[in-house]
Design a protein around this ligand. Sequence first.
Ligand code: ATP
Ligand code: MG
Length: 329
Amino acid sequence: KKVLFSGMQATGNLTLGNYLGALKNWVTLSDEYECFYSVVDMHSITVRQDPATLRKRARALLTLYIAAGLDPEKNCIYYQSHVSGHAELAWILNCFTYMGELNRMTQFKDKAAKHADNINAGLFTYPVLMAADILLYQADVVPVGIDQMQHLEITRDIAERFNNIYGDVFTIPEAYVGKVGAKIMSLQDPERKMSKSDENPNASIYLMDDMDTIMRKCKRAVTDSEAQILYRDEQPGVKNLINIYSACTGKTPDEVVKEFDGKGYGDFKMAVGESVCAVLKPLQDEAARLEKDKAYIDGIIKANAEKAGYFANKTLRKVQKKIGFPERI
Ligand code: ATP
Ligand code: MG
């Protein structure tokens, strides 16, 4: 079986974009690949976090992976910070990454502008830790949203550079971008992506929003004055709502356009809201149920950290040997 790695940060509340763009695809891929799904809490501390909140969110995220349908017996669901190999490989890869390469990363520029009071070295070398996450498991594919493509490119460059010096150590990973939901846009500004760090709460549907809130946000979604439901770039707000409806119902954008032919935006927005509720309600119920089962989740955390650690160590030992670290006696 080919290997798949992906992860999400335990920062902020997950949005419908994270679900439709990432988590939902993970579930469909989990039969085909040997999957590692990490809660990347080490990435989270590149921005200052409240310890109690971080711990709570990390656990909620791990539980959500399972609630979304990832079977923790088949998929390795674990905390990044529980497998020390991530940090160890990241250090080594730091020595094979150029400052100039990292300087070109647009996410660093965005985040540095946003957190001007804390532009730490971790924020700068974030892509190197992400490269370590992926290469540690010899991942063949990495499902990510379009916004993470630049980081996957640098991962490939670092891996190729290392392989050129030391022989075939790392598998060169490919990106996997899903067809529907690849990029869900903000409800308030459909030119920008929906993001969990958006300051405007009406811009995003959060996975834990209650049903009334979801309906209200959909009703208030920014559209246009064209008064026609068509799937085209000239109507980005409507297009985004069609994408959301399409991803939540499994209908194609063409079918959606036919379904709402001659209908008004009000009716359409109601239908979009209902389709989102129909997807999120069962997810929320399942997450709530799992959260109560402490012993079950604890068991998964322990078993999967060991499993991930086993695979991580295999790669790490190989790398350490190649670069000339003394053998363990
Ligand atoms: P932040 O603003 O803190 O970066 P984020 O919403 O971008 O938060 P990440 O943790 O960076 O979330 O990304 C988690 C996963 O969700 C990644 O695979 C990313 O590509 C995907 N993703 C994020 N936003 C969207 C979106 N609007 N549409 C589709 N996929 C998305
Ligand atoms: Mg992001």
